[in-house]
Ligand binder design. Structure first.
Ligand SMILES: Cc1cc2nc3c(=O)[nH]c(=O)nc-3n(C[C@H](O)[C@H](O)[C@H](O)COP(=O)(O)OP(=O)(O)OC[C@H]3O[C@@H](n4cnc5c(N)ncnc54)[C@H](O)[C@@H]3O)c2cc1C
Length: 382
């Protein structure tokens, strides 16, 4: 499929400038950030300066006012960065933690959180998951009790991206003592609020430069105006936001898969065994043909679904299909790319190992494979 069915010349210019930024300003530091386990705050500041943190956010808040495909371009290009943590941290900032504020927040909340987030002056995180509430968000038990002048919050969040050093959290908590999806609300929490405690930075298989934290709230007092959107609508509002995020995950996975496969194929053209380049073995070349076919199928579904989303549809079934397909294809491609590169692919000095470690989370975060299938089944009436 020709990319220009979906991307204009402006998108392509944007793509070039982000690609240049990745090559010149991110990649030279990628190995260090992997070891340090953190992308420095200055990256957010620089991206804010370049206008990359609000590409499709409204201009009145400092955003670029672009369409949804501008955010796809951003995350596709960041997916090519030699450390995947930048992509993950930025995706949370631009695609997960701030859109609910734009959609449901007051003018004051937008000025206080979205404007500095777009400038890269504040780092955002999203707090949904808890030790007992992963796929089943209805089990969220962090409780915000109404008290004089505001809310007293007690509870615990886990696996929070950017959580180690975020300035604010868009947080889901229960506001009614009942079970199920009703009675939950969203809050905006400044992380310097007394009672907000980052208990540990978590060690992960991949995505080393993305900081992931566990957080405790102990008698944390929030003002009344920390409530984001309508009380009791938190679950529904956050589920609305997750759809766009799932599509950008799919697009980023397709970009990573393409790059990794290109790298492995280039290697296979050069590497000779039994007197010829290994790519000349039909068994291997056919496998490569299958993988490129799968990537193209994932790309087409993702772009078409993104186009429908951008034109006002809410194609939940296809969004779930795109995420399910693209994330699985990306992991399969990374695994096969390592196979094609043999022992060299397993060595830390070749980047294919990083893709293999980093991309695995895409099948878990933002809704697992199994949950995507559940959503598709529901949409099919099964
Ligand atoms: C690196 C990383 C970053 C993350 N970042 C964030 C973040 O910034 N903010 C945030 O809120 N969360 C974040 N998460 C949490 C992530 O969204 C959850 O891990 C994910 O939703 C799955 O929840 P769980 O890990 O508790 O697994 P569980 O829900 O316990 O699932 C375990 C297994 O059971 C399967 N399963 C569960 N229910 C069903 C079912 N009904 N049918 C079939 N199979 C089922 C799952 O698919 C999975 O295979 C992050 C996670 C990781 C690992």
């Amino acid at each position: 499929m020709a990319d220009n069915l979906f991307f204009t010349e402006e998108h392509e210019l944007l793509r070039q400038s982000i690609r240049e930024f990745v090559v010149k300003e991110l990649n030279p530091h990628a190995a260090d950030w992997e070891v340090e386990g953190l992308v420095p705050r200055s990256v957010f500041e620089r991206m804010g300066e370049l206008g990359f943190l609000g590409l499709n956010h409204p201009e009145e808040y400092g955003g670029g006012g672009g369409d949804y495909f501008t955010s796809i371009v951003l995350l596709e290009e960041l997916a090519r960065c030699e450390t995947y943590g930048v992509n993950t941290g930025v995706a949370v900032q631009v695609g997960m933690a701030t859109p609910p504020i734009l959609a449901f927040g007051t003018e004051e909340q937008k000025q206080r959180y979205v404007v500095p987030a777009i400038r890269g002056e504040k780092i955002a995180c999203l707090g949904i998951t808890e030790p007992d509430a992963g796929s089943d968000v209805s089990r969220v038990s962090t409780f915000a009790e109404k008290v004089d002048g505001g809310w007293r919050v007690n509870g615990n969040k886990i696996f929070i991206t950017n959580g180690y050093r975020a300035d604010f959290m868009t947080m889901l908590a229960r506001t009614e003592k009942r079970s199920g999806y009703k009675g939950m609300s969203l809050f905006l929490v400044d992380t310097d609020t007394p009672g907000y405690n980052v208990s540990r930075k978590l060690e992960k298989v991949g995505q080393w430069s993305s900081d992931t934290a566990e957080i405790f709230f102990e008698d944390m007092l929030l003002p009344e105006d920390a409530l984001l959107g309508e009380e009791g609508r938190g679950f529904y509002n956050i589920m609305w936001e997750l759809q766009a995020e799932r599509l950008t995950v799919a697009a980023a996975c397709v970009a990573t898969a393409s790059d990794v496969l290109d790298t492995a194929v280039n290697y296979a053209r050069e590497r000779e065994q039994f007197g010829k380049p290994i790519i000349k073995n039909q068994a291997l070349a056919h496998r490569v043909a299958d993988l490129y076919t799968q990537i193209e199928a994932a790309r087409s579904l993702t772009y078409l679904t993104a186009w429908r989303y951008d034109h006002g549809e809410y194609p939940v079934k296809e969004i779930s299909m795109a995420k399910l397909l693209a994330t699985r294809v990306a992991f399969e491609v990374a695994d096969e790319a390592m196979q094609i590169m043999g022992g060299y692919g397993y060595m830390m000095e070749y980047l294919v190992q990083r893709a293999w470690r980093d991309i695995r989370i895409a099948r878990i975060g933002g809704g697992t494979d199994e949950i995507m299938r559940e959503v598709i089944c529901t949409a099919l009436g099964l």
